[in-house]
Design a protein around this ligand. Structure first.
Ligand code: HEM
Ligand code: HEM
Length: 153
């Protein structure tokens, strides 16, 4: 915002990669969602960065380097740790903060807007996918379910 503001807009794949790396720098160390990447998914960051970079290059620059299917891995993740509203809120908070730190402009705004859309869509869609918070069927007792208390939080 003032004359000292040296932020430019997101212009190319290198900008997308810079954004993605800066985001994961925060996300992996985050007290709320960090464990999902490090302990649950055991994310291989160097393998992951090019795919996520392609996702954003496709969304933001219209350069179709990502071939889709972003929801699937999250449904799989949700089977192991319930992805709650609070996790998505935190994800978005870190994403918005990273975008604003590094970039400014219409495409930077789109990076925030589209993340919000995807996060909302993912969260809604996950409600119909299994998670560890679901009732566990009792073996041998068809139709009877036992709710797990204290698990999954
Ligand atoms: C130039 C415009 C746009 C581009 C290039 C774009 C690109 C993409 C891409 C590549 C994905 C990931 C798809 C996948 O992994 O299967 C995606 C997902 C999504 N986009 Fe966009 N998008 C655009 C505009 C919009 C607009 C205008 C909206 C809503 C008003 C929107 C809402 C969404 C939502 C909700 C998802 C997540 C869908 C899901 O649940 O899997 N996008 N977009
Ligand atoms: C609670 C929030 C989220 C968590 C904990 C999370 C975590 C993860 C993890 C662990 C992976 C790697 C999965 C694997 O390869 O095994 C992944 C993949 C991915 N995530 Fe997320 N994510 C979250 C939200 C989002 C949102 C909001 C977006 C988009 C705006 C997004 C975009 C992606 C994309 C594009 C991939 C790569 C999918 C592929 O391999 O094609 N994530 N996420």
């Amino acid at each position: 915002m003032g004359v000292m503001d040296e932020r430019h807009d997101i212009r190319d794949r290198a900008d997308c990669e810079r954004l993605v790396r800066a985001f994961y720098g925060k996300a992996l160390e985050d007290p709320i969602i960090g464990f999902i990447f490090t302990d649950v998914a055991k994310l291989d960051l160097e393998a992951h960065v090019p795919r996520i970079t392609s996702f954003w290059q496709t969304v933001l620059l219209g350069e179709k380097t990502y071939n889709g299917g972003a929801f699937g891995p999250h449904a799989h993740l949700h089977e192991r740790v319930e992805l709650k509203r609070g996790h998505f809120d935190r994800w978005l908070q870190l994403w918005f903060g990273t975008v604003d730190e590094l970039f400014a402009g219409e495409t930077a705004d789109l990076a925030k807007v589209h993340a919000l859309r995807v996060a909302s869509a993912f969260h809604t869609r996950l409600q119909s996918f299994p998670s560890p918070a679901d009732p566990v069927p009792l073996p041998g007792a068809a139709g009877i379910v036992v709710t797990r208390h204290g698990a999954g939080d």
